[in-house]
Design a protein. Structure first.
Length: 173
């Protein structure tokens, strides 16, 4: 009986060890000189999914905190060096990618494409407003879990944003 318990315990430990961990990825435009960016402003992508006001402010505060550590300053003016936006998915949802006129730029002609983002995903985008193009994107899965305790959710969010922005700005040769 004791051996059977030990085998079941070992199997459970192995199963828990295989549980998928938070995944983080990023991509950027290698032609962009990130050393020229010093200020940023928050923008919204029209049609993208956003959480309630409480979670929205928590996400922005976590991102603001990490960007401050990297020497970037938030601004509300139109002359920001970068536009920053985020999208979340609690369930599988369509993600909108806006290039050109509509979305993060205002009016005009542009292109919007869609892709699917997985459960609990936070995607952070940096746009160069002068060039009107996406220059950096980072995303983390298993970042948001609405069923957990608020303290745990906030801790997970802080860690996820730090991981997502670890490689921003990217090291360039």
């Amino acid at each position: 009986m004791k051996n059977r318990f030990m085998i079941m315990l070992a199997a459970l430990i192995c199963f828990v060890g295989l549980a998928p961990a938070q995944e983080v990825r990023y991509n950027f435009d290698p032609a962009t000189d990130f050393s020229k960016f010093h200020t940023y402003r928050w923008v919204e992508i029209k049609g993208a999914s956003y959480p309630n006001q409480l979670m929205d402010s928590q996400i922005k505060a976590a991102i603001d905190s990490q960007l401050a550590l990297k020497g970037l300053t938030p601004t509300t003016g139109d002359n920001a060096d970068l536009n920053v936006a985020y999208q979340i998915s609690i369930d599988k949802e369509k993600q909108l990618n806006s290039f050109g006129g509509w979305g993060v730029w205002g009016g005009g002609m542009g292109t919007i494409t869609t892709s699917t983002i997985n459960n609990g995903t936070l995607a952070i985008d940096f746009y160069n407003p002068a060039a009107k193009m996406l220059v950096w994107r980072g995303q983390g899965t298993k970042t948001l879990d609405p069923s957990s305790k608020p303290e745990k959710n906030q801790e997970r969010l802080q860690k996820a944003v730090a991981k997502i922005l670890k490689n921003f700005p990217p090291k360039q040769k």
